[in-house]
Structures are given as C-alpha cells and as structure tokens.
Design a protein around this ligand. Structure first.
Ligand SMILES: NC(=O)c1ccc[n+]([C@@H]2O[C@H](COP(=O)([O-])OP(=O)(O)OC[C@H]3O[C@@H](n4cnc5c(N)ncnc54)[C@H](O)[C@@H]3O)[C@@H](O)[C@H]2O)c1
Ligand SMILES: [Zn+2]
Ligand SMILES: [Zn+2]
Length: 345
C-alpha cells in the first residue's frame, strides 16, 4: 500500500509500505476513504515533535471502511463505515473511566505520532471498539473528517473548558481550522458576541460567514486595544487561545474580563509569561489540555440534526495519491486561501 512517511525534519515521502495487519486482538484495520492534513503534521515535519521517528506514517484524522477486526473486537465487523478518532482509548483504564481518553494508559494521541497513522491506504487502529465510531447512514464524509480532531478540540478545550454561556462575549485568537471549530461549536451555547482575531483577512472574512459577529485584523489593529474598546473596557467573558505562541496567550490574559475564562487550545513549544500579578484579583480561570474526543458522539448527533456543518471548513480536495501536492497547498494556507484539505482514496 501507499503511505505518507516522515523521514526526519523537512523530509516526507509518498512510499510503498507493507499493509498493516492485526497485532492485538483489540485491533481494527481500516481502509481509508478520506483523510486530511493537520497543522500538527506540519509541526512534526518541522521537527518540533521529536517523539515522531523517521519512517512513521503521518495523519490522525479520517474515515474509512473496516477491512479486518481482531478476535476481541465486538462493536465492528468487516465492511462497517467508520470515523477514526485522533485519540486512541481502551475504554477501561482509570483515565478512560473518567473519559480522559487523551490520557489512556494504552492510547492517547498515538496515531501518526507513536504508531503509523491515517495518511495511507490502510491504518491499524488499536482498541478499535472505543476509538472508532460507526458512521450513520447518509452522513457527509467530508464533514465527518472534521470530527476526528478539530471539532472535538474546539468544543472540548475551547468551548467547554472556557465555559461559554448564553449571552457571553467570546474572543477567539487564531482563525485557523481549530479556531474555526471553536467558532462553530461555541454557537451551541448561544453567546451574544463572537470576536475572531487573526492577521489573515481572508480567514476573518470566512469567520464572518460562520457566525463571527466581529473581527480584528492583527497587524492593522492592536488586538488588545481593539477588544477593550469594543467591550467598553470590560473585556471578554471567554478568551480562547487557538494559535500556540506567547503573543496570543498574552492577548488572552489581557482581554479576559473579571470573572472570565482563558481557554488555551494552542500547543505551545515555548514558555509564556503569566501575569499573575494582574490576574489574581480578577477572579479568572485558565484552562488548557489535550483533546479527549469524548464529545464525538454528541458531535455526531449535532451533525445528523443539521445543527452544525463542519464541511464548510473544506476548501481544497485532492486524490490521496496527490498528497504531496496537498501538503504544498496546506503549507501555504494564507496564500492558497486554504482551511482544510480533503484527500480522497
Ligand atoms: N489542545 C489540543 O488538543 C489541540 C488539538 C489540535 C490542535 N491544537 C493546536 O491548536 C492550534 C491551532 O491549530 P490550527 O490547525 O488552527 O493552526 P493554524 O496554524 O492553521 O492556525 C493558526 C492561526 O493563527 C493565526 N495567527 C498566527 N499568529 C497570530 C497572532 N499573533 N495573532 C492572531 N492570529 C495569529 C494564523 O494566521 C492562523 O490563521 C495549534 O497550536 C495546534 O497545534 C491543539
Ligand atoms: Zn490534528
Ligand atoms: Zn484507557
């Protein structure tokens, strides 16, 4: 089979590789029908995630069809259409019992990280019973690919941890796929105002079509001054950080209102300066974490009922065979006006 393999910093290749087989009785082998590329894959390719070793197949998102199941798998059979979660979980360890799937004793984010991932014709999914979801008949596969990672990330780490409530003023710093997923899922809770912040005017324009009430273009405007002005000096109830750099965390800690929440979603590679001397007296909460994907069943229901349409995030489509071209487009997202790319096998 073909697979997109990481060969060390800056190097990737679309190569012929052995098709994965069952290794443990709880494994499921899935034939990929659609997958995508995540910002995290770009981080890996830069060499920012040293746990990824050369030869590793990348990718942690996708949908497909069950090809083979291990002897202990009870919920799936050959031919079932499935959604693959970016987080693998056994469902029975102490952390899984708390739905803290990100910290499963025998799972977590391992696909395309510690084991071979989904940017291939086939993938082995450990603990298939708890890590896969049966695709409801008639569901839009492209929308479902957004449910592998970005939609649960936006909902759990941005919206739920941020405690978005009806009427709230929410600011989302970063309008990439994850920031957009926060924007889409925040609307489940009917916030009064959603301010999207980014330096890319095309992304901000897209955000308005997805429900942003206000936008702030970094570079043209100072995000802190602008948000404080927009909120009559009060700041925002929920400030979501969806970039992963010190500057954007700093914006969030400066625009959060008294009694508000800072929900950090971005993956940080460097320390940030926490202004506890200003924050302590403001009664604010700061949250952060790795997505657990425990909201996937809920998201599947909202998708089915038409309450959310994450397929809007798809801007480009390629054949899986053209994945090298897709990486080029996704790596130049601003220039290409790309949000999410779909790779179809
Ligand atoms: N916590 C989790 O479980 C989890 C899961 C998935 C992704 N993430 C992280 O979420 C973050 C966002 O992911 P993404 O795929 O949307 O990334 P992305 O790189 O596609 O988007 C980031 C956006 O931030 C904007 N930006 C950059 N600097 C900015 C600044 N100074 N002010 C305002 N906007 C700025 C960029 O223009 C871009 O639109 C990343 O750090 C990613 O690693 C976290
Ligand atoms: Zn991802
Ligand atoms: Zn577990």
């Amino acid at each position: 089979m073909k697979a997109l393999v990481y060969n060390g910093p800056g190097k990737k290749e679309w190569v012929e590789k052995a098709k994965p087989g069952i290794e443990k009785p709880t494994d499921v082998i899935v034939r990929i029908t659609k997958t995508t590329i995540c910002g995290t894959d770009l981080h890996i390719l830069k060499g920012d995630v040293p746990a990824v070793t050369p030869g590793r197949t990348l990718g942690h998102e996708g949908v497909g069809v069950v090809e083979e199941v291990g002897t202990a798998v009870r919920n799936f059979k050959k031919g079932d259409p499935v959604l693959i979660s970016c987080v693998t979980s056994c469902g029975s360890c102490p952390n899984c019992k708390k739905q803290l799937y990100a910290h499963c004793y025998d799972g977590g984010w391992i696909l395309g990280h510690l084991i071979d991932g989904t940017q291939a014709e086939y993938v082995r999914v450990p603990h298939g019973d708890n890590s896969l979801y049966l695709i409801p008949e008639g569901a839009d596969e492209e929308a479902l690919v957004m449910l592998s990672d970005i939609m649960p990330t936006g909902l759990e780490i941005g919206v739920q941890y941020g405690g978005v409530k009806p009427g709230d003023t929410v600011a989302i710093v970063g309008s990439g796929p994850v920031g957009m997923a926060v924007l889409l899922t925040a609307q489940f809770y009917l916030p009064g105002r959603i301010i999207m912040i980014d330096m890319d005017p095309a992304r901000l324009e897209m955000a308005r079509t997805f429900g942003a009430t206000d936008t702030v273009e970094v570079g043209k405007e100072d995000p802190v001054a602008r948000v404080m002005e927009m909120t009559n000096g009060m700041g925002v109830d929920v400030a979501v950080e969806a970039v992963g750099i010190p500057a954007t965390f700093d914006v969030c800690q400066k625009i959060v209102a008294k009694g508000g929440n800072v929900a950090n979603v971005g993956v940080h590679g460097a320390p940030v300066e926490l202004h506890i001397e200003d924050l302590w007296i403001k009664n604010v909460n700061i949250s952060m974490g790795l997505v657990c994907t425990n909201t996937t069943p809920m998201l599947l229901k909202t998708l089915r009922s038409g309450k959310v349409d994450p397929a809007q995030l798809v801007t480009h489509r390629f054949e899986l065979n053209d994945i090298m071209k897709a990486y080029e487009v996704f790596s130049n997202a601003a220039h290409e006006k790309a949000m999410k790319v779909i790779l179809k096998a």
